[in-house]
Design a protein around this ligand. Sequence first.
Ligand code: HMG
Ligand code: MG
Length: 298
Amino acid sequence: SLPSHVTIVEVGPRDGLQNEKQAVDTAVKVELIHRLQAAGLKEIEATSFVSPKWVPQMADNAAVMAGITRQSGVRYSVLTPNLKGWEAAAVTRPDEIVVFGAASEAFSQKNINCSIAESIERFAPVVDAARAAGVKVRGAISCAVGCPYEGEIAPERVALVARLMAQIGVQHVGVADTIGVGTPLKVQRALEAALQHYPLHEVSGHFHDTYGMALANVHASLQLGIRTFDTSVSGLGGCPYAKGATGNVATEDVVYLLHGLGIDTGIDLDALIDAGQFIRGALGQPNGSRVARALLAR
Ligand code: HMG
Ligand code: MG
């Protein structure tokens, strides 16, 4: 049976904007986050503490965190690939951090400049420090169904990384279809691999929509009982280390699907669409959400 409530983790300010070619003002990022929380989002991935040489768009990470007027009940998360990232993030008081690994060796090298085994060694002290500070730790498993360099990825690879993450104390894992190649049964196999090491409520789906399969994959995940999804307002984004990958599935589209299935999200779709229009307007881009476009045209 389908879950009655689903938690949406809004990743637009991070996964969405990290890939934007044009510079985006810190004030615009902060305003986007304010609009998202006003729309009822309770989990917002705000920025990442990565190398500004690798991802210049996230160089204002501390300023974004400092600029947010926090709303009670909203949790703000940030990406931290190593201890340097954690130390810079910690002083900005995130509620949650994300260490990000991959089920593909080649992608791990391209994205974080180390092997899967080395990444786990780097994450371990970050996890310890975060948990000692009372900060929850999520792990992302990139290329969980396919890799731009290695092609198809076997579910066993996902199970291995999930096991390694569980061993170092990562509390939740996101199964990420980085390049959006997954189809429902393959995505279910990848989720089941993660579920060998994590309970249902600590496994989430993170689907990019490159091939237009993301909503089908969300529905297939719901059928397994998965109740947490990372989505991006207006479908913002992509990944700088996955050429050709488009943004995450649009938050508006997932909310429309969930509400249509009678699943509660706590999100006000109209306010969410306003947030998407705000950021696409600031970027001078068309809205990437089919639902937003349809409702705006009425
Ligand atoms: P590295 O070069 O191997 O790191 O990069 P290093 O430790 O050798 O340090 C080299 C330089 O980077 C030094 O500076 C460090 O201080 C600096 P220098 O002495 O040359 O001036 N440095 C840092 N600066 C700021 N913050 C840090 C940091 N660490 C080192 N945390 C590193 C390793 C991971 C840092 C690098 O490869 C990197 O930043 N990669 C960016 C990865 C990234 O942001 N990718 C996109 C996010 S992941 C994603 O989108 C996937 C996801 O959405 C799920 C999915 O869809 O698959 C989550
Ligand atoms: Mg992503």
